[in-house]
Design a protein around this ligand. Structure first.
Ligand code: CMP
Length: 139
């Protein structure tokens, strides 16, 4: 049985373009409840830790530079089958491949500036949520 929580970030490109409200509205309309929410900016060390799983990939440096380039919104979301349903809602990592109506199709510009992050498994959703939020921040 799949879990009912996932973790997302609205990335610097989408924040800079004032898409926070539109993206949160799409998330709520798709049936996700916000359990925790934070407007913040990652330090280099935090971005490197958050994306450590990608540290040997050729795009790691670009990814970290990009993720520290401006503020982000971090959130824990709840819905049944959360991880899979959220990945369907946001669309493919590369917005050029994302389906019509998905968040990345509507708001992302490139594979790096792809508007939102979504956890890829229940385990990572718990790890990533725990990276940003203490128990007292989750309601
Ligand atoms: P995200 O879902 O946040 O998880 C890892 C991120 O790495 C991904 O979104 C993309 O933004 C980024 N990424 C993946 N592949 C590439 C690539 N080929 N070039 C640049 N960035 C990438």
């Amino acid at each position: 049985m799949n879990g009912n929580r996932t973790f997302t970030m609205i990335k610097p490109d989408a924040v800079e373009k004032n898409y926070i409200g539109a993206i949160l509205e799409k998330i709520n309309s798709a049936g996700f409840t916000i359990k925790a929410l934070k407007y913040t900016r990652l330090s280099r060390a935090e971005a490197e830790t958050f994306y450590a799983i990608h540290k040997d990939r050729p795009f790691f440096g670009e990814l970290v530079e990009y993720m520290i380039s401006g503020p982000i919104v971090a959130a824990i979301l709840e819905k049944n089958n959360a991880v899979e349903d959220f990945r369907t809602l946001i669309g493919a990592t590369d917005p050029a491949q994302a389906a019509e109506g998905t968040i990345r199709k509507m708001y992302a510009t490139s594979i790096s500036a792809n508007a939102v992050h979504g956890s890829d498994s229940d385990d990572n959703a718990a790890i990533e949520g725990g990276f940003f939020f203490a128990q007292r921040d989750i309601h």
